[in-house]
Ligand binder design. Structure first.
Ligand code: NAP
Ligand code: GLV
Length: 309
């Protein structure tokens, strides 16, 4: 028996139907209509209410409906030793890469400045930046960051990446760990953040670290809102040290109606939609993980509880 925790009460993305279609003969129940807790063997979802996973004596596996699992670790009552999996889906990866491209190109091609000039009815030519000299840096070199870098290579930028453990990537200057962070930031004009939120990465991009970026740099964040300190980002934008930011994720979602980001002239917002998980492409791996969990086999795309991603 599978228990589905949906964040969307209308299930507009079709999870229930897709799971039922691909798991014939398996009952899919929807939280909070659990029935007998002893029936539940596998839970699938996003933002499990704290404590909700405690009451299932036969639970054998947990599947995040997203690539990120910070929502799972927010639960102080998360059952110990329960295998946890996350989504790794080539469709989603490509989707994220396209959102990253949109924003890298937006900033590289000075689109915010030209929109402003258009609004003023001004035919002004700005000094054109060279793509040969543009230094783009990606934080997080996993499924998403690695793929984004692969595509960014086609544009001819000077590329760099930062991760926890050192990587070797063709035509990409790589940096790792705390000691690699300063030189990585210092050489990055357009920073793309695709890190998971963990105790090590929370508030990573604070005033001190943002000030390491060169003057006029841009920040693009689709990792998680809590990687960035909002007030510090706003201060750096207002001081002119940073040229702009494109944000898809926020400390609090939905973003509060009175948050300064909404109307900030240098901030571009999307409402956590850069790479949505699609039932159609993600359910096959969930079905396989259901089978594996019941068979006691290692799950696909397992989460390391110690690293928290
Ligand atoms: P992943 O494959 O697990 O890759 C994570 C990368 O971050 C790895 O390269 C890892 O380094 C690096 N990292 C982790 N902790 C670090 C630290 N303390 N210092 C430096 N580097 C660190 O994850 P992914 O699938 O690419 O996804 C990344 C994140 O994107 C997710 O966790 C989620 O928060 C976010 N996301 C957002 C959306 C959206 O719609 N906005 C959609 C999907 C995902 P190592 O390689 O050395 O381990
Ligand atoms: C979305 O934010 C995800 O983690 O998949």
């Amino acid at each position: 028996m599978v228990l589905l925790f949906k964040s969307d009460p209308d299930d507009t993305r079709g999870w229930t139907a897709e799971l039922a279609r691909r798991l014939p003969g398996v009952e899919v129940r929807t939280w909070p209509d659990v029935g007998d807790p002893a029936d539940i063997e596998f839970c699938v979802g996003w933002a499990f209410p704290p404590g909700s996973l405690r009451g299932f004596p036969n639970l054998k596996g947990l599947q995040s409906l997203g690539a990120g699992v910070d929502h799972v670790f927010r639960d102080p009552d998360l059952p110990e030793a329960l295998p946890i999996a996350r989504i790794v889906d080539p469709y989603m990866t490509e989707d994220m890469t396209q959102w990253v491209m949109l924003n890298v190109l937006r900033f590289h091609k000075q689109d915010p400045d030209y929109r402003r000039l258009q609004a003023e009815g001004r035919w002004d030519e700005l000094p054109p930046p060279s793509w040969r000299d543009r230094r783009v840096g990606v934080m997080g070199l996993g499924e998403l960051g690695g793929h984004a870098l692969e595509r960014l290579r086609y544009f001819g930028y000077k590329l760099a990446g930062w991760s926890r453990t050192k990587k070797r990537i063709d035509r990409v200057e790589t940096f790792a760990g705390e000691e690699g962070l300063r030189p990585f930031l210092a050489r990055t004009d357009i920073l793309v953040v695709l890190l998971p939120l963990t105790p090590e990465t929370e508030d990573l991009l604070n005033r001190e670290r943002l000030s390491r970026l060169p003057k006029g740099a841009f920040v693009i964040n689709a990792g998680r809102g809590r990687l960035l300190v909002d007030e510090d980002l706003i201060a750096m934008l207002d001081s002119g040290h940073l040229g702009g930011a494109a944000l898809d994720v926020f400390r609090q979602e939905p973003l509060a109606a009175d948050h300064a980001f909404w109307k900030h002239p240098k901030v571009v917002i999307t409402p956590h939609v850069s790479a949505l998980t699609r039932a159609e492409t993600a359910v096959p791996q969930i079905v396989e993980n259901y089978r594996r969990a019941l068979a006691g086999e290692p799950l696909l795309h397992p989460v390391d509880r110690r690293r928290r991603y």
